[in-house]
Ligand binder design. Sequence first.
Ligand code: C2E
Ligand code: MG
Ligand code: MG
Length: 656
Amino acid sequence: MQNGKINLAKIIHPLDLEKVSETIKTSLDKGVNYHLEYRIFTKNNQEKWIGERGKGIFDSDDSLLAIEGIVTDISDRKTMEKQLSQARDKYLTVLENALEGIFQTTIYGYYLSVNKALAKIYGYDRPSDLIKRLNNNHNGLYVESGQKQKLIDLLKSQDIITNFESQVYNQDRNIIWISENARAVKDIDGDFLYYEGMVEDITNYKKAQEKLYYQAFYDQLTNLPNRQLFTQHLHRSLNKLKTDSTSHYQFSVLFLDCDRFKAVNDSLGHNIGDSLLVAIGERLKSCVGEKDILARLGGDEFTILCNDVENVKDVIQMVENIKTAFQECFMINEYQIFSAVSIGIFFSSSLDSDEYKKLTEAKILQYADNALYKAKSKKRGYYQIFQGDMHNEALANLQLENEIRQGLKEEEFLLYYQPIINLNNKKIKGFESLIRWNHPQKGLTSPYYFINLAEKTGLIIPISYWVLEEGCRQLKQWHDQINNNNNLFSGKLPTLNINLSSQEFSSENFLSELDRIIAQTQVAPEYLRLEITENSSIFQHEFILEILQEIVARKIQLWVDDFGTGYSNLSYLHKLPIHGLKIDCYFVKEIEINFTKAKMIKGILSLAKDLDLEVVIEGIETEKQLEIIQQMGGEFAQGYLFSQPVANTKAFDLLR
Ligand code: C2E
Ligand code: MG
Ligand code: MG
């Protein structure tokens, strides 16, 4: 086809020539407009794209006169389109072959597209199956609910997020770890189009990380936390203590050491030693609470962090439980192994706020270890509470309680004896036994230091039985010595007053214990006087009459101690089989100048006379006091004027 001036066939790109001629021909045949895009060569032989819109011009006979049209150079647009298409192809290839999962979602998290790799990560054959699953709200992908929303919220606020790690369920409902990177895709005007993201399966990495973490923070033998992890937990507790002054938060650290471990290791070998450590770890685990951290520091050293200690007694209870648990032997192969533990305890409440501000994790472990060292040096298989300055009374009491227990085991208690004087002839009628504690650090201590606490904790019962037995044993020994030296002591046998605690008295087996002691020591019961303090409410109880009668039936006398200080209803005095009253030191003190006290003693003496009761007046320190008491008609007395309470041998010497 020719327009008369240019031979189009010469300038149209050979590949487009057919398309151009066909299109124009069809359009002319049908009498409609045509639109073409094709390549031509310019005069300089340059390739150009042109767009052509045209139509045929016909005469009245429908013969073609000419073609009328507009031609535009569209080379630029075509180049751009080509580049775009190439880019798109490239993108699709990348997408398809990418190892990372790739997805596009709407702003609401609705998945628009995913690639093969993502389908594979989640265990699907085809991307379409995955999209179906992902867009099904009832079939949660993320293990942690709310994780998807968290991702969406993050994207909304920051357009781009990296390394967003989550656990997800794959197609088999197995859990895998993924890491997501995503960004908001926007158009040229900055309007949001969709989110595009990449997903990486990091399960193997996480497993490796977990393994590394485990190796770094757990003991390989017992699978318990190791020193590092323990220190981290302790760091948190300490921080809480330092920063959270309002919550009364307290914690405790126990340092444990197995008493016979080294011997087992040396004699039975390391394999048995290792198995024993594992068994010990398991046994300890059964004794600690859910919130507590049990760790193995190394060797046979274990530690326990008791978090959020509400009551220090609970920790001591745990220590007791551990002790009990270790009373049972460990069966390792064919060996029966007994292993006790010693425990050093640190309580955060033992320090004041100034002290714990300076506290470090290492210091705490050191304190607990110091306490452990003490516990070990005292008595195997026991515990010791760390004492800084021990500001906390409850803790101090706990420590004292522990020491009393140890004192009983170590036989640190002893009896002193104070003579009771017959004022008519100034001779010793008998003694009162008074307990003393030969404390390893404090030396000889008075009962005022420990009796109260012993009563509160029930420890008074073992103490009291020991006193009863020891007193009877001693009295019998003296009697034997006197009987063997009749002329030395003019044959007069001393009596012994023994202080009884109301708890011992009301304990179920009191009478049988009393009988056992009398039988064992062979003491003559008619020389025994049991003192019960008037302050104890025991005199108000119904059952007392029966027991007192039983005691009296054994020819033992009953005396009321501290008489006049109890403010109790005196009616018990004639209802109960009581033999005598002891007037407390309090009344004698200042008797020379205090008229009221003097009158009270006089009153008690005359009351006792009326009721046919004997009276011992305690606390006579001066000649003047003695004179006044004698003038009032007092017959028996005790006091420093005659003798202080003294040790058994000295007491016996006083009898000569
Ligand atoms: P208590 O039974 O009334 O003993 C008399 C206390 O007065 C003794 O104190 C004695 O040493 C003290 N005393 C004696 N003469 C004088 C004096 O002239 N001046 C002064 N200021 N004090 C004098 P101790 O030995 O310290 O005993 C105190 C209390 O401890 C006893 O009072 C008794 O209640 C209790 N206690 C002592 N031994 C035992 C015991 O074996 N069992 C029980 N359950 N309690 C005991
Ligand atoms: Mg007494
Ligand atoms: Mg007394």
